[in-house]
Every structure is written in C-alpha cells, then in structure tokens.
Design a protein around this ligand. Structure first.
Ligand SMILES: Nc1ncnc2c1ncn2[C@@H]1O[C@H](COP(=O)(O)OP(=O)(O)OP(=O)(O)O)[C@@H](O)[C@H]1O
Ligand SMILES: [Mg+2]
Length: 327
C-alpha cells in the first residue's frame, strides 16, 4: 500500500529522478538475481513537485508471478525518502527483443559483476536492530535463525556486535573460526561455524569465535563499521536462504555501512512494551530514513509469549511494524 500523504514529514523536498533510480537499485528481481535498474526494467521515473513519484516498470512477461513482489519492493523502497508522498507504478511489458537483452544482462551481471560481498543475491537479509540496548536483539536473532533453519532453510547469522557479542553464548558455539585460501584472492576467506538445526543449517560468524569473551575489550580500537564490512566481504558464506544480522546497540554507523554494501537489507526492530512506543518508533524510523533501509517488522519482545510468537510472522509480510516505523 502506498503511504498516505498525511503521515509524511512535512517539508521534505521531493527526490530527484536520479535519486529515485538509486533507491530502485535495491529492488532485486528475484528470478534474474540483479536489480531492476541494472536490468533495464525501469524505462523512466517522474517526480511531481508535490512528491508523487511515478515509476515505469517493464516486466519480462505480462503475467509475471513476481509482479506483486516487485510492486511492494518498488513502493516501499521509494517511500523511505521523506520527500515522497505517493508512489505509482506504470506497468509495461517487454518485447521479445527487450526480453532477450535483459536475460543477457542478467547473465553478464551474474558473472562479471561479482558483488562486494559473498552474500548470495538471492538471500533475504534481515538486520535485527533497536532504538535501545538490552531489549533482546541477540535473543530474537538466534531464536529466529533457529526457527527458520528448523523449517529446512540455510540461515547465516552475523554477530555485528563486535565487542558486545553474545551470539556464541546464546547458541552454545565456541569453536574458533577457520580460514580457507581461495583461488583468485590474496586473502584467505573465513569459514562460518556450521550447526545443523532440524532439516536446516545455521552458519554463524562472530568476533566471539576469534577472541575469548574476556579479551573482547581489546577490540575497542577496531572500527565497528570496518569490521562488519570485512565480515560481509571476507566470509565464505556459500549457499544462504537468509542472513540475520545481530546489530550492535546505539549509533547508525553500522546501518549506513550495511546500506552501502547490502542495500536490500531489511530492518527488524525489536522493542519491549515497557519502552515508550513513540520514542522507539521515532528512533527506528529515523534510523531507517537516514540509511534508506526498509523496516519490515517490529518484534515486541518480553511481552506475552503468544504475542512474541505471532509477531515473528510479521517478518514475511508487513504489518503493524511498518505503520509504527512510518510514524
Ligand atoms: N523474551 C525474553 N524473556 C526473558 N528474558 C529475555 C527475553 N529476551 C531477552 N531476555 C534476556 O534479556 C537480556 C538482554 O537480551 P539480549 O542480549 O538478547 O538483548 P540485546 O538487545 O541483544 O542487548 P545488547 O543491546 O546489549 O546487545 C538477556 O539476559 C536475555 O537473556
Ligand atoms: Mg545483543
């Protein structure tokens, strides 16, 4: 659903068409594994002075089953810009010639344009964050990861809390990480610790696997953002269905780094009933806006058990969390 005008921050300048195109570069065609701008699926963008953005989208086939997904992604990605009041999509269909050109581009892209990270394009990336520390980000991350893996998926867990790591303890894993020399790269790649869960698999990376819990203080000098980027780049993730990132408490620096390296990252905001909802919502929305990341849901932790369980499903759709974040 397109956001309504009255919820927008007043006074936001509408974005330029180029900026809208940049935002659209985070919309990945799940079938072709590249973004819709690179693939040439966006023939044009117009921005009206009142902030109404019209995006032309050409689908490979008219009855494209991914249409609903692409619509949702285009609308939500563009809507994160505070100057946007509404997003409209002007659908089109490719000619046979255009279609083969897109296929060619997709193949070229997959081969030549190896992304900056080892995270596969098809993996859904969720960053678990909050406006406040100690609300249960790490607990939510590992429980969600285990729950998804139990359904037969391969789930990466990246502990981005470089010096406050708690993922190793929560998962009961403390094996040192190993590295592997790879052809064509001068640096060895880090191999995540693997743990089967049900029919699925967890692949876990944390600085806790590099240093002892008591020596973590020595890492203070390390730049947080650099470390996270390095983990995204230097870990041999291999096949992944999901990547869950346990965010450190506090600043938005890590979010910004993530937004740059993995623009399709969705934020999952963790909160508790005890916190003033308004305040958390404002912070979360602010965080998302500055990094242009989308908020896909809110988990209310430490509330009723049934509630926490039911809420975790909001992940796969967008529910009250989106409304909360928009406010
Ligand atoms: N639903 C829950 N029920 C009971 N205890 C919980 C629940 N969720 C989290 N906790 C406890 O609350 C504490 C904080 O949780 P956790 O470490 O997951 O939070 P965090 O947001 O990751 O914290 P930080 O900001 O320090 O990284 C932990 O001791 C954890 O065991
Ligand atoms: Mg934590």
């Amino acid at each position: 659903m397109a956001p309504s005008t009255d919820r927008r921050v007043p006074g936001g300048e509408p974005p330029s068409p180029d900026l809208v195109l940049d935002l659209l570069r985070s919309v990945i065609d799940p079938e072709l594994g590249a973004d819709i701008v690179t693939l040439g699926m966006v023939p044009g963008v117009t921005v009206a002075p009142d902030g109404v953005v019209t995006v032309g989208v050409k689908l490979t086939i008219g009855g494209c089953p991914l249409r609903a997904q692409i619509k949702k992604d285009v609308e939500s990605r563009v809507a994160v810009h505070p100057g946007v009041t509404d997003v409209r999509i002007d659908w089109g269909e490719m000619t046979g010639e255009e279609r083969s050109e897109v296929m060619l581009k997709a193949r070229w892209n997959a081969r030549e344009h190896a992304p900056d990270t080892e995270v596969p394009q098809s993996a859904r990336v969720l960053a678990i964050a909050s406006g406040k520390g100690g609300v249960g980000k790490s607990s939510v991350t590992v429980n969600l990861a285990a729950a998804i893996a139990a359904q037969g998926f391969t789930v990466g867990v990246l502990d981005a809390d470089i010096w406050g790591f708690s993922v190793p303890r929560l998962l009961g894993i403390d094996d040192r990480l190993e590295a592997e020399r790879v052809e064509g790269s001068d640096k060895p790649k880090i191999l995540p610790n693997e743990r089967p869960v049900g029919r699925g698999l967890l692949k876990v990376v944390s600085t806790g696997f590099l240093v002892g819990e008591d020596t973590a203080l020595m890492w203070r000098g390390l730049m947080l953002t650099k470390a996270v980027e390095q983990f995204l780049r230097d870990v041999r993730w291999g096949e992944l269905d999901y990547l869950l990132i346990d965010m450190p408490p506090g600043t938005g620096d890590v979010q910004m780094g993530l937004a740059r390296m993995l623009p399709r990252t969705d934020l999952l905001i963790v909160t508790t009933p005890a916190l003033a909802a308004q305040k958390v919502a404002a912070r979360a929305a602010d965080m998302a806006r500055r990094s242009f990341l989308r908020v896909c849901g809110v988990v209310e932790n430490m509330s009723a058990f049934t509630c926490a369980h039911g809420e975790s499903y909001a992940l796969f759709g967008s529910g009250g969390g989106q409304a909360l974040a928009d406010e």
